[in-house]
Design a protein around this ligand. Structure first.
Ligand code: ZN
Length: 499
């Protein structure tokens, strides 16, 4: 067993992690600024800055000597369950991923992405899949080559998924989603029939400044620390970390409906609470980092949906909301809750409700799986998409801009990302149910608007471990078992079908 304080190679890796964190957080700051503050004409220089920083981080991490330090640490070994063990495991994984790709492939991938992105934007505008198809074909071919270089056990698509969700396998996802889909279709079918709350009851003005004040109160109540974070405005809401004590959220405002900014803030604050709950003493090291997108998304969906769309939430917050927005005084908490939980058939994933959202994801996952397995030709994607869409959601896709051209991901060469959204939903329900089962007092606390019990549980079980365990193990350790669709389906049934 080694003592990491005396292992010079481990110390060098810690120092490098610190340096890379400084660069990474600088990159995050430049990105945040670009989305929230930067004037239009700053874009060219900013792109150059970001490209340089990205290249610099890659050069520093992929030096031969870094590989030598990692190998030396592996030779010495580390104590089971220690920070050191997890750090070395994750450095090895990242180093192999970063060094296994020939630079010609990296360059061609970047070049193809840049061209494909604008080709996609044009194709979507014209709703013409055939204009995007050659770019997509090339990106898929290059992604295959990337996966081949990285290596995989069962199927090539797994190597791509691993970029976003460490250790996830498409065979497991297929099983998980297979159990979920027919149940979701059934719940959706019933939920569509439910009488919606009369929109006139929510009609009125929602001044931006008042929305900001209300959102801030809510974010503070759930535990977001404004001494270590802030909320700004951006076209596409996001959350980013600029350092161990600096978490930035963004949202957007619609002055005719306050729910859009509120749920944007609750979602992003969920991500932010995770970031604020990570161990600051090892910022930049794997053990101080969030473990995966599927776990990150579980935290955002937990606060947005399980907490923020619940009846208990509106019992507590409707009277306060009505002080800011007097038109809400005519609603009961029950009506407000239902107005925030309405299922609808819709084409666009990002606008989908909680019941139909995962159907959108499964459709994309099935299409990607089939393409990378060689079972689906590029030209056949629209037909396959539209057929499945009608099976899942009962809507006929009339144009590809409402169908397979709607998302930006493929144009950026991002394949294997979509499943993490559904993993986030399943993990959120699974973890929430486990927290309530292990600490029953959380439920009454939530009823009183006290969120500290639930946050404390997440802090201990999910935030503090960072990337010590792989995502599935982390969730299983926290909840006592790995995530299944059960808790999520129970949640949706009680939210959308009861009463
Ligand atoms: Zn999110």
């Amino acid at each position: 067993m080694s003592d990491s304080a005396e292992n010079p190679d481990y110390q060098k890796l810690l120092a490098l992690s610190h340096e890379l964190a400084l660069l990474q957080d600088t990159e995050a700051l430049l990105n945040w600024d670009q989305e929230t503050q930067m004037p239009r004409d700053g874009v060219a220089w900013r792109a150059e800055q970001l490209a340089w920083l990205g290249g610099e981080m890659h050069r520093r991490f992929t030096r031969d000597e870094v590989g030598g330090w990692i190998a030396a640490c592996e030779d010495v070994g580390s104590e089971e369950g220690s920070d050191e063990e997890a750090n070395v495991r994750e450095w090895r994984h990242a180093y192999d991923r970063a060094t296994k790709l020939p630079s010609a492939l990296v360059e061609e991938f970047e070049k193809t992405r840049a061209i494909a992105k604008s080709a996609w934007a044009e194709a979507r505008k014209a709703s013409d899949f055939s204009a995007f198809a050659p770019h997509l074909e090339k990106l898929i071919d290059l992604s295959r080559q990337r996966a081949e270089n990285w290596g995989y056990e069962d199927c090539l698509y797994d190597a791509l998924i691993d970029d976003f969700e460490r250790g996830a396998k498409s065979a497991n996802l297929k099983k998980l989603f297979g159990g979920l889909r027919p149940e979701l279709v059934a719940i959706a079918g019933e939920a569509f029939e439910r009488e919606p709350v009369d929109p006139a009851k929510l009609a009125g003005e929602y001044p931006e400044a008042k929305q900001q004040a209300f959102n801030r109160e809510v974010a503070e109540a759930i535990g977001f620390d404004f001494d270590a974070g802030r909320i700004d405005t951006a076209v596409h809401p996001f959350c980013t970390g600029l350092g161990p004590r600096d978490t930035r959220l963004t949202t957007r405002y619609d002055e005719s409906d306050f729910r859009s900014s509120l749920y944007g803030v609750l979602h992003e604050a969920g991500h932010g609470l995770y970031d604020q709950g990570l161990r600051g003493d090892c910022h930049g090291q794997p053990v101080g980092r969030a473990v995966s997108l599927g776990v990150h998304e579980s935290q955002s969906r937990l606060w947005e949906n399980h907490v923020g769309r619940s009846r208990a939430f509106w019992d507590r917050w409707l009277p306060r909301a009505a002080e800011y927005f007097p038109q809400l005084a005519g609603l009961t908490p029950e009506e407000m809750c239902r107005a925030c939980n309405q299922a609808e058939r819709s084409f666009i994933r990002v606008e989908a409700d909680e019941v139909t959202y995962d159907l959108h994801i499964m459709l994309r996952f099935e299409i990607e799986s089939a393409v990378f397995a060689g079972d689906l030709a590029i030209a056949d994607i629209p037909g396959e998409w539209n057929q499945r869409f009608e099976d899942f959601l009962g809507l006929k896709v009339e144009k590809d801009s409402d169908g397979c051209l709607q998302d930006i991901h493929w144009s950026l060469g991002i394949f294997g990302y979509f499943p993490t959204y559904s993993l986030g939903n399943l993990n959120a329900s699974h973890l929430y149910a486990a927290a309530l089962a292990q600490q029953p007092e959380i439920e009454s606390q939530l009823g009183e608007g006290d969120y500290s019990g639930l946050l404390g549980w997440m802090r201990e079980k999910i935030h503090q471990p960072g990337s010590r365990f792989l995502p599935t193990e982390l969730v299983a350790r926290a909840a006592g078992s790995p995530a299944t669709p059960d808790a999520h389906l129970a949640h949706l049934r009680s939210r959308y079908l009861a009463s």
